[in-house]
Design a protein around this ligand. Structure first.
Ligand code: C2E
Ligand code: CA
Ligand code: CA
Ligand code: CA
Length: 281
């Protein structure tokens, strides 16, 4: 017991102190970032694999932190969720993404917008507020609900089923589509999935990456594709980086692809130019 006590004491070292201080400091910077609006969006094309045309984009948030530089979402989204800031941040993402989409539509570019949604935004009162905000913004920018996809992760579905189901049904009822993100990482079953109003499955990048190297991962993708097809869902392969991956995912029956091979996430202006160069070909 004494030994254990000593080990436990060891946890509270200066290193631990640093971790906690950094966390508190990050929270403070994040609160300021919301007030000062230090965020911006990048858009990554989603491509129809049958003709290589861009049919949509996914909005991906970035944070230009004045002291630490460019921050990728993996470095702050989870903290934002934990301290509730994901609500104002998520609302801003909807506003900015629809504003940009409205501008592209005015320029004759008719594509779909995929927006990521956190578990926190789906629960109870927050879920209702999310639906209300989305609906208001669609009206304000005169965007048909059919032009918007909401992406939720497989793990989120498995955590708070009932509350989530209610929110997702409202989103679907409005006319938006719901995509399930990072699929394959959460071990959900076929019977489970079919209860949710899901239009498309995004196959996680980790499988796309290993499909060429591992027969068992290739088989898994094949199974996901067959399951999706039997449920009349679209299939999006995420994280396609090479031509070989593109060809394999297409051969396996994915209808859509997304990844650095087609385009990295880019700013709104670059995205517009990217699509205009494609349509003028
Ligand atoms: P995600 O939803 O799975 O988004 C795809 C991520 O994969 C993006 O990372 C994208 O840049 C990256 N990616 C795309 N193609 C490739 C590829 O070919 N190779 C590789 N290695 N990576 C690729 P990003 O932008 O860093 O976003 C990370 C995660 O942060 C997202 O994963 C999503 O879960 C979350 N996120 C981003 N924006 C938002 C947001 O507005 N709201 C919420 N709640 N989460 C967001
Ligand atoms: Ca996503
Ligand atoms: Ca994903
Ligand atoms: Ca992910």
């Amino acid at each position: 017991a004494k030994q254990e006590g000593r080990n436990r004491f060891k946890c509270f070292t200066p290193a631990m102190d640093t971790v906690m201080r950094e966390r508190i400091e990050l929270e403070e910077r994040l609160r300021k970032a919301v007030v000062r609006n230090e965020f911006f969006l990048h858009y990554q094309p989603i491509v129809d694999m049958s003709n290589s045309k861009v049919t949509g984009v996914e909005a991906l948030i970035r944070w230009q932190d004045p002291t630490h530089g460019l921050m990728a979402p993996d470095r702050f989204i989870q903290v934002a969720e934990e301290i509730g800031l994901i609500i104002p941040i998520g609302n801003w993402v909807i506003e900015q993404a629809l504003k940009d989409l409205a501008e592209w539509r005015n320029a004759g570019i008719d594509i779909k917008m995929s927006i990521n949604m956190s578990g926190r935004q789906c629960q109870q009162k927050q879920g209702r507020k999310f639906v209300e905000h989305l609906s208001n913004q669609l009206g304000y920018y005169q965007i048909p609900a059919q032009s918007v996809n909401i992406e939720i992760t497989e793990s989120m579905l498995m955590q708070d089923t009932d509350e989530c189901m209610n929110t997702l049904n409202c989103i679907r009822g409005m006319g938006c589509e719901v995509y399930i993100d990072d699929f394959g990482t959460g071990y959900s079953s076929l019977s489970y999935l079919k209860n949710f109003p899901i239009s498309a499955i995004k196959i996680d990048r980790s499988f796309v990456d290993s499909a060429l190297k591992s027969q068992s991962d290739a088989n898994l993708i094949k199974a996901i594709v067959m399951m999706g097809q039997s449920l009349k869902m679209d299939l999006v392969a995420e994280g396609i980086e090479t031509e070989a991956q593109w060809l394999l995912m297409k051969a396996m029956g994915c209808n859509y692809g997304q990844g650095y091979y087609m385009s990295k996430p880019i700013c709104a202006t670059e995205l517009k130019a990217f699509i205009q160069s494609q349509t003028s070909q």
